[in-house]
Design a binder for this molecule. Structure first.
Ligand code: KG4
Ligand code: ZN
Length: 349
């Protein structure tokens, strides 16, 4: 099986060729064009994102095919992100994939963006396969999942307000750092003194027990407000920036690590798989590993952690195996649950 995969859900235009099967997906090529223009506005402007995708989609796809040394007619199917994301941005990828599929007589299948993030690590680590506990932390989502098998996802916890990446981006803005701010916070925090600012660990306390509504959920808006107060109270932000960044990152990381290990313990999982842009954060990955015991931690490389079409291709291989077929009515949706997702109250097995 050889798939052409396309991703246009937010501000990356990406195409990839993947081959093999979902147990051993192989990356043949990957092209990612990041729309840097949004940095000027301090956030993604949906209208601009759509127009940039429109300009980039054809050359990006051609480049991915060229790097894989194949022609479009040689792929078996086309996988495209169809939810969730910015609808106008998604529509560019979906429309292009459908047109290409119709012209070539190839099936086109829709892939859920977050299922893609779940598969990203499997492209680099042969053992990053279910069963595992997954923490997906991106700009739009924070999901703690128990993954019994590919396609069997139990939602344990999520954010009550801001996504983890969103919290990084908003705090970066408060500290006068560029957008997207996650990597800048990480860089600046390296020089920060962890004892200077101690912020609250949101929704994390020892008295919590499994079954409590907040046992696995997270919330970052209070933490963001605490940072805002610290910034306002500072009489020298140049001096305090690194310390505040460090205090914020430590609070967020400690919360995510504690909740993820709770989930792995409760479900007897020996593996933890990270995904999404915030999984680029070295402090998060290191803390997740240090928090043992047990539980091997798998994290994707930076290229595969942030939005890319390779992960959509890997998830697409699985969806093809699971019986997905060409859907001429395929559409784009801003929000949609991951297929196979059940609530924590429902037993998957
Ligand atoms: O998964 P992603 O590329 O896009 C979405 O699907 O949202 O995630 C983007 C998010 C942004 O919020 C960005 O600030 C964050 O990932 N991010 C990081 C780091 N690199 C990217 N957050 C913390 N530390 C990083 N090194
Ligand atoms: Zn993403």
């Amino acid at each position: 099986m050889r798939l052409l995969a396309i991703e246009t859900s937010c501000d990356e235009t990406s195409a990839a060729v993947v081959s093999g099967d979902s147990r051993a997906p192989r990356l043949e090529s990957l092209v990612i064009l990041s729309q840097d223009i949004h940095a000027v506005f301090g956030g993604v402007v949906p209208e601009i994102a759509s127009r940039e995708h429109l300009t980039a989609i054809v050359p990006v796809t051609r480049q991915a095919l060229a790097e894989a040394r194949i022609a479009a007619r040689d792929v078996d199917a086309i996988a495209v992100t169809h939810a969730p994301g910015l609808v106008g941005a998604l529509l560019v990828g979906v429309s292009y994939a459908k047109a290409l599929g119709a012209a070539l007589g190839k099936p086109v299948i829709g892939v859920h963006h977050m299922e893609g993030h779940l598969f990203a690590t499997a492209l680099e680590h042969a053992d990053a396969t279910p069963p595992f506990t997954a923490l997906l932390v991106s700009g739009g989502h924070t999901l703690l999942l128990d993954v019994a098998a590919w396609g069997e996802y139990r939602l344990l916890g999520q954010t009550r307000d801001d996504a983890a990446g969103e919290a990084f981006d908003k705090v970066a803005k408060l500290l006068g750092l560029p957008y997207p701010g996650g990597k800048h916070i990480e860089r600046v925090a390296r020089d920060g003194d962890p004892t200077r600012f101690r912020f609250p660990r949101p929704m994390l306390n020892r008295g919590q027990q499994e079954g409590d509504a907040d046992y696995y959920d997270v919330s970052f808006s209070g933490l963001k407000t605490a940072v805002l107060h610290a910034v306002r109270a500072s009489d020298d932000i140049e001096r305090d920036r690194a310390h505040i960044a460090r205090g914020f990152q430590d609070a967020l990381v400690e919360t995510l690590v504690a909740k993820t290990h709770r989930a792995a313990r409760a479900h007897g999982r020996a593996k933890i798989v990270l995904g999404g842009g915030v999984a680029c954060n070295g402090a998060l990955v290191a803390a997740m590993r240090a928090a043992g015991p047990g539980g091997e931690v798998f994290a994707p490389s930076v290229r595969l952690a942030t939005d890319n079409a390779a992960m959509i291709g890997a998830a697409g291989l699985f969806r093809m195996e699971a019986g997905a077929h060409n859907d001429p009515a395929l559409n784009a949706f801003s929000g949609r649950p991951i297929p196979g997702l059940v609530d924590a109250t429902v037993s998957v097995r």
